[in-house]
Design a protein around this ligand. Structure first.
Ligand code: SAM
Length: 292
């Protein structure tokens, strides 16, 4: 029987054997608790027919548990020094493929076509590098990939913002950008002690399940995101003030913005954080003819 990779002793042995030193700049905090890893994988609801895509396998701690719970795992790893380690630690598994490269630069759609032809269920599961959590998630969601969703570890503070509901102080353009594509829920809070080295921030695992039906149908997605970002530019300002100061020629078009707010049934004195995604959808469609 193989010893799991994710124990403090085995991890230290592997690091020592290869003389590996952590690169903080690559967000390298490895998980050393097999129970936590199994619980993360459970939240992805994989079957033996599922495909799993991992970002940043490190020394293979999560990859190993994914290999045991799915048909195939393909993982993107940016750090070349980890490649020989991974081929050693994951040698007991014949259903794992590691791709060397930056996931932010990768053509993930093409990789899925090549690696997972014929798969009907695909999940992204990852302990993300914290310096690029948001760009990675937004890339995976905006590229319309054939995935069921994402289960990932990230900073708790970012998880709180992603899953936030209107009317809370965490709710903002990031909550909307992600909830536009997915249903977002925090499924685990994870202590610092299960990482090597321990990160400075608290961590959480979120599950993002792609929506079958969009939460709102908007005329222009790009403009919808422009409007949501503009509405939160200064949280203490009203939506009217934010839109006039942020949208192109907003000051000159104040009357048109007021008319759009009225058409969308949004009181101009409200703050962005009180609007639901549906209300932002109506507002963006009402503003669109005068701003694009
Ligand atoms: N999955 C391992 C675990 O849970 O122990 C390691 C997770 S560690 C938080 C993040 C990993 O992502 C590191 O292995 C790091 O080298 C890798 N990484 C960082 N930036 C990346 C990028 N842009 N593309 C792919 N991998 C990246």
């Amino acid at each position: 029987m193989n010893k799991d990779i994710a124990t403090p002793v085995r991890t230290k042995d592997i690091l020592k054997k290869y003389g590996f030193s952590f690169k903080k700049s690559l967000g390298q905090n490895f998980l050393i608790d097999t129970n936590i890893l199994k619980r993360i994988v459970d939240h992805a609801n994989l079957t033996e027919e599922s495909g799993a895509i991992e970002i940043g396998p490190g020394i293979g701690a999560l990859t190993e548990q994914l290999a045991k719970s799915s048909k195939k795992v393909t993982a993107f790893e940016i750090d070349q020094r980890l490649l020989p380690i991974l081929s050693d630690t994951l040698s007991p598994y014949d259903n794992v493929n590691i791709i060397h490269g930056d996931v932010l630069k990768a053509d993930v759609k093409k990789v899925i076509e090549e690696e997972f032809a014929g798969f009907s269920d695909l999940m992204v599961v990852a302990n993300l590098p914290y310096y690029v959590t948001t760009p990675i998630i937004l890339k995976l969601l905006s590229e319309n990939l054939p995935i069921r969703g994402i289960v990932c570890m990230l900073q708790k503070e970012v998880a709180d913002r992603i899953a936030a509901k209107p009317g809370t102080k965490e709710y903002g353009s990031l909550s909307i950008a992600i909830q536009y594509y997915t249903e977002a829920e925090t499924v685990m809070i994870v202590p610092k002690t299960v990482f090597m080295p321990q990160p400075n921030v608290d961590s959480a695992v979120i599950r993002l399940t792609k929506r079958v039906q969009p939460i709102v149908e908007v005329l222009d997605e790009d403009f919808f995101f422009i409007v949501t970002r503009a509405s939160f530019a200064q949280r203490r300002k009203t939506i009217l003030n934010n839109l006039t100061s942020q949208l192109q020629d907003g000051k000159a078009k104040k009357e048109l913005i007021l008319a759009a707010l009225e058409a969308a049934e949004v009181d101009p004195t409200r703050r962005g954080e009180t609007l639901s995604i549906e209300e932002f959808g109506r507002l963006s469609d009402a503003l669109l003819p005068n701003f694009k």
